[in-house]
Design a protein around this ligand. Structure first.
Ligand code: NAP
Length: 497
């Protein structure tokens, strides 16, 4: 990957031009308009229209699938050096304008600008990583128990891959799905979240500007149910990788069963952080604050259950309260904001409803939990802390996707782990302790896909497998060497000589 250079931030002039153009769908290698136009807005300032886009229809999606299936045959035989060059080109083009692309993410997803620019850099890293993966040798040559027979194990592209993504990582999640799909010789049909179409359009324009053959990559906007159902029910789509809510993931699974589509579903979660008596209080507070409130709690790996043992309970709550009161909530485009707005009014209303519910369930609200007004009328919410919670409360069972944390007192380590595992989800979880034995034991006791020791529950690296258990994930792991499992299919060839 080329060296990151400091580019000048492109000012609002560029954002305005984005709003003036109605973004088209990339169907069968052509940029096309449809009959229906939708708009997306800036949650920091709802009067700011970020972009407008043509919604894809059932007919468009079938045309896309047919063409993607046709061109995939040739693409599957393409040179691995060509794939490497294309993916590296995408990485470099993302980095060339990382500040501007970060601004687009900040405006449409409400992600604070620094984090948004970091997301662009991370996304470029995925393309660069899979550029290298595309030239790694795959397959195996095996001996046979039979005389004069050789065996080859070949990893072939799976075929046409549908990529359906959420709004909260509107560039990084598409990047970690599209990059391996192309690296391993598949066609891609990308359906981004309707809340973050602008950064998806920018990515599609970048991909379309490379040497990738026309039609190997398509972009289709439109309603999740409509596009998702068409992808799921088509026999020409061999695999769908989806990240989003449990409800949409399960609907996709039901729809795909008739065509036996290979599925990778990354869905919601309910993550916990355990703090034991012997924890370093500063490490505990830092990890809990970052895990609970970064990105407004709108990460699948955010922690909203904080499980604390009695010896440190009062001290932790005091220190946590003091720290959370220093957090700056504000416009995502303002560099001093640590927490941006909720993604939309629906999410803000849901946050307020969870505060009401938590109080009704008997938890004690010690800080935050209110809608905050400012001069741009964004969907701001003050990070909230409940204490004296119980694991069976709905606020401690449901994914709130909100900057709301609840502290639960546990008797000891064993009780804490039981509370952590008391959920239908299993994505991430952590423990803060200086007890090596407990830390090591926790790695095995936690029924989750990502274990964090003396770290926040959110913040995973790019080059290692990612995924969860129970209702959080279905199918192969994402990112890293593990991605080839989903994006390829294994063929075993026997050769008599
Ligand atoms: P969402 O409403 O489920 O939407 C995700 C994507 O699915 C969007 O592109 C959406 O399109 C589409 N969609 C909606 N209904 C569909 C259906 N019936 N069939 C196929 N696709 C459908 O989720 P979100 O609100 O964008 O994202 C938040 C959720 O994502 C949270 O639950 C969070 O935990 C989860 N998430 C999980 C991970 C992980 O790695 N486990 C990472 C990030 C986020 P429209 O926008 O057009 O509706």
């Amino acid at each position: 990957m080329k060296k990151i250079e400091q580019n000048e931030i492109l000012k609002s002039r560029d954002n305005e031009s984005l709003a003036k153009e109605t973004m088209k769908n990339l169907i069968a290698g052509e940029w096309v308009e449809t009959d229906e136009v939708s708009k997306n807005i800036n949650p920091s300032n709802p009067s700011d229209i970020v972009s407008s886009f043509y919604k894809g229809t059932f007919n468009h999606i079938f045309e896309t699938i047919d063409y993607a299936a046709k061109v995939q045959k040739e693409w599957s035989k393409s040179s691995i050096y060509l794939r490497q060059e294309i993916l590296e080109d995408i990485a470099n083009k993302l980095l060339d304008k990382k500040e501007y692309y970060g601004e687009v993410i900040a405006r449409e997803a409400g992600k604070p600008i620094k984090e948004a620019i970091d997301e662009v850099v991370k996304s470029a890293e995925f393309f660069s990583y899979f550029a290298a993966e595309s030239i790694r040798s795959r397959g195996a040559f095996m001996d046979s128990p039979r005389d004069s027979v050789d065996i080859e194990v070949i990893n072939e592209p799976v075929g046409v891959v549908g990529v359906i993504t959420p709004w909260n990582y509107p560039l990084a999640i598409p990047a970690w799905k599209i990059a391996p799909a192309l690296a391993f010789g598949n066609s891609v049909i990308f359906k981004p979240s309707s809340q973050t179409p602008a950064i998806a359009y920018i990515l599609a324009k970048i991909i379309d500007s490379t040497k990738l053959p026309k039609g190997v990559f398509s972009l289709t906007f439109g309603k999740g149910g409509v596009i998702g159902n068409a992808l799921a029910e088509s026999k020409k789509v061999q695999a769908i990788t989806f990240t989003g809510s449990v409800g949409a993931g399960k609907e996709l699974a039901k729809r795909s069963i008739g065509s036996m589509t290979k599925l990778q579903l990354e869905m919601g979660s309910k993550n916990s952080l355990i703090i034991l008596d012997d924890a370093d209080i500063n490490v505990a507070v830092e990890a809990a604050i970052k895990g609970a409130y970064n990105a407004n709690g709108q990460k699948c790996t955010s922690c909203s259950k904080i499980i604390v043992t009695p010896g440190i309970y009062d001290e932790f709550i005091e220190a946590f309260k003091a720290k959370m009161q220093t957090l700056v909530v504000g416009n995502a485009m303002d560099k001093s904001s640590q927490i941006g707005p909720c993604i939309d009014k629906g999410q803000l209303d849901a946050n307020l409803a969870y505060i009401k519910l938590g109080l009704e369930e008997g938890a004690k609200l010690v800080c935050g939990g209110e809608a905050i007004k400012n001069d741009t009328d964004g969907y701001y919410f003050s990070p909230a802390l409940f204490v004296d919670g119980r694991s069976d409360m709905r606020i401690n069972q449901e994914e709130m996707f909100a900057a709301i944390a609840c502290v639960i007192k546990a008797k000891d380590y064993e009780d804490a782990v039981e509370i952590l595992n008391d959920t239908e989800f299993g994505l991430s979880g952590g423990i803060i302790t200086n007890d090596l034995n407990k830390a090591m034991k926790f790695k095995h006791d936690a029924e989750i896909g990502n274990v964090m020791i003396n770290l926040p529950t959110a913040g995973m690296d790019n080059h290692v497998p990612f995924g969860g258990r129970k209702n959080s994930s279905f199918g192969s792991r994402e990112k890293s060497y593990a991605a080839s499992d989903f994006y390829t299919t294994t063929k075993t060839a026997y050769i008599k000589y």
